[in-house]
Design a protein around this ligand. Structure first.
Ligand code: CA
Ligand code: CA
Ligand code: CA
Ligand code: CA
Length: 419
């Protein structure tokens, strides 16, 4: 029975690896016929665990993995320390594949991966009490997934590694990457470091996917664009670091049925509040001058990126390629994202004050529900509001159609008294 580590089942099948956040191959170390995966996951049993996947993607020609195959682990990411049998691998640890000769093992007489520490002179010491690592091969024996608990890569009295590098040599013949001396190793990023602490915008709104920090006045859905299962928030705040900043909150209030926000989710920003200018969807005039696209960053985390967009749909990544400040809820269904006004200001143009926006979650759920006909959400620059003089108290009295009673609307802050 295959073992599952932090959501990844060790079975030589790679459909369970979220492609965008676990592919560690880059153009400089890609090898034809292979896809290499890596992740640092938190497993309930093993704790923080590195998982490496080697997927033999060629329909023919890839070798069956045999005894003698080695995965070199450069856990300090320093190529000049550790063992370098080829090139400058710099391994502090290595995984050697060998046939299990322990008749007491459930894996007796099958190919298994064993973890060793290794000195710069190449002296290897078997770890994990001599037991094989958790792993799983594909049925054709060409692909493998293997899990390495972080605790086993922590030297006595030393610190656990965070991000690590690795390289592999299959059957003493096929290098991953292809040239150990010149190609960069594969990197498993530190997933803990990838999650920034929540940012607070304007001393008011903490980007953490919870919404108790938003005043009711910032619930900007109206009867014309409210969507069941969601509350939409918007504010224009002055932040010490970012300057004037639009903050958008999408609160999935129906946790059981709302979807987890995925890559491809887009917030369309109609910054001139004119639906006839900017980018349009085929079925709706969103009128976007900018858009926020959610995609996976190099840190393997889903993040929002800001783009300008032309009416023809040509996008240009802004903010120097960095993600916007943001925070998801724990269940991934809600998000708060901050967009500095300066990034929405075209060269030589004016900064927008009030803006409109609409959102399409996972290409399926529209906010508002009918993007073609419902009005967009509006974030109003408070500077454009006419101050209300609350010193003047008004009482409006409206008599109902029958004579049994009257309905009273009292003045409320903001002047929204229905009169
Ligand atoms: Ca799998
Ligand atoms: Ca090293
Ligand atoms: Ca919050
Ligand atoms: Ca527009």
């Amino acid at each position: 029975m295959a073992t599952t580590i932090g959501g990844i089942t060790l079975d030589g099948d790679f459909s369970d690896w979220l492609a965008a956040n676990s592919v560690v191959t880059n153009p400089a170390n890609t090898v034809a016929g292979y896809q290499v995966y890596g992740a640092l996951v938190d497993d309930a049993t093993l704790g923080e665990t590195y998982v490496i996947g080697i997927d033999a993607t060629a329909s023919t020609g890839d070798a069956v993995i045999a005894a003698g195959t080695v995965i070199y682990l450069n856990t300090d990411q320093n190529n000049t320390t550790g063992y370098s049998p080829f090139g400058d691998i710099g391994a502090e640890y290595e995984i050697q594949f060998a046939i299990d000769t322990n008749t007491n093992d459930s894996t007796y007489n099958t190919l298994q991966p064993y973890l060793y520490s290794v000195t710069s002179a190449g002296v290897a010491t078997l770890l994990n009490g001599g037991a094989p690592l958790d792993s799983g091969f594909s049925t054709n024996g060409e692909s493998v997934e293997v899990a390495i608990p972080q605790t086993l890569l922590t030297p006595a009295g030393g610190s656990p590694p965070t991000a690590i590098n690795f390289a592999a040599l299959i059957n003493g013949a096929t290098g991953l990457p292809g040239a150990f001396a010149n190609d960069p190793e594969y990197v498993i990023p530190d997933s803990a470091a990838a999650v920034p602490p929540p940012t607070t915008i304007g001393g008011v709104t903490t980007l953490d996917g919870t919404f108790t920090d938003w005043p009711a006045a910032d619930m900007i859905a109206t009867p014309g664009n409210a969507v069941a299962g969601y509350q939409v928030y918007g504010a224009f705040l002055n932040d010490a670091a970012l300057g004037n900043t639009y903050v958008i909150g999408i609160d999935a209030t129906a946790a059981a049925t709302d979807p987890v926000i995925s890559a491809g989710t887009t917030i369309y920003l109609n910054t001139d509040q004119n639906t006839a200018t900017g980018y349009e969807l085929s079925y709706a005039n969103v009128g976007a001058e900018y858009e926020v696209q959610f995609s996976y960053g190099s840190n393997a985390e889903l993040q929002p990126y800001l783009y300008s967009v032309t009416s023809a749909g040509v996008t240009t990544l802004l903010n120097g390629g960095a993600p916007l400040d943001f925070g998801f809820s724990g269940n991934g269904e809600s998000v708060e994202v901050a967009i500095p006004q300066s990034l929405l200001t075209p060269a030589g143009g004016a900064a927008p004050t009030s803006i409109n926006f609409a959102t399409l979650i996972n290409g399926a759920t529209g906010l508002p529900g009918d993007l073609a006909n419902d009005p967009e959400y509006t974030i109003t620059d408070p500077a454009t509001l006419v101050p209300v003089n609350h010193a003047i108290k008004k009482v409006g009295i409206v008599y109902s159609g029958d004579e049994r009673g009257a309905v009273f609307w009292l003045d409320r802050p903001g002047g929204n008294n229905g009169l």
